[in-house]
Design a protein around this ligand. Sequence first.
Ligand code: ISE
Length: 340
Amino acid sequence: MTLNIAVIGAGVMGADHARIIAEEMAGARLALVCDAAAERAGQVAARFGAAATTDPLAAIAAADVDAVVIASPDATHAALARACIAAGKPALCEKPLSQRAEECLAVAAAEQAAGRRLVQVGFMRRFDPSYAAMKAGLDAGQIGRALLMHNIHRNVENPAADFTADMAITNAAPHEFDAARHVLGQDFTAISAFAPDRPDRPDGRAPVGPVLLVLQTGAGQVVTVEVNVNAAYGYDVRAELTGETGALSFGNPVVIARDAALARSTAYAADWRPRFAEAYRRQMAAFVRFAATGAFPPAAADAWDGYLAALVAECGVRARRAGGRIAIAPAARPALYAAK
Ligand code: ISE
């Protein structure tokens, strides 16, 4: 049986998800592309032989749509996820589930009322071979008990012109919050934030500067997250996990190294799509299996993971504004989301 998927949002990520479904997912078909801009929806749909619409609720309700990918602007994610739950259709929702923890709780409440998990949150790093190997190594006892995890997340420049300093914490850093929780198997209990002064660019546009977040887990581990959305030189994500008897780390994967003119060089990607191409593919394959079988993928993030990432981000924003250390106190975990 072929699974018919609608993609809502035909921007950078929506177009990429549409391509993955159309070109790389056996057993799935890109049925419909939806975007508020009719021309953009039409262009992506035409490229992959799908239908197009500007109405997301009609896309979710469409009789020939079995499952939905939500890749519209962040502020629309939670409401669309709830519409998918109401329609009983599995959804892969881009991160963050919401930039507001409260809204994530409403999504979780809708799932509890429905009695099942329908929303897979797009924290694709869980499917990245490097993060998966780090978690497997820790779980296999290769470095003893985990003590510290360092994370670096650098973008060439602001992903969007209206990207704010808060969004470095609510839009970009949630990847690290979720990946570290997933690798360590621990929730966070506190967060502090530190931001160096950064002079304006010569053109007068104040760039969003780097921020360093320091978190503590319930098991007393320390996690650092550097997010720099204007690093200028390339897309660069690294992590190092220090344990009692060793360390596990990865950097920017090297596809090819060039030795010439007395120097060695390797390349950085301009954005996250090449770096996490395999993770996006594996994530979509897991979603297609989930939508076809009803069994939630064990490695994937669910609405509760989306809630915890948003809550940590909210506390991070408060820590950056107010200074000091902010305690993180999540709501009680409902049985539907029993610890994995
Ligand atoms: C961006 O917001 C994303 O969503 C990407 O997944 C991430 O890798 C990137 O660095 C973020 O800034």
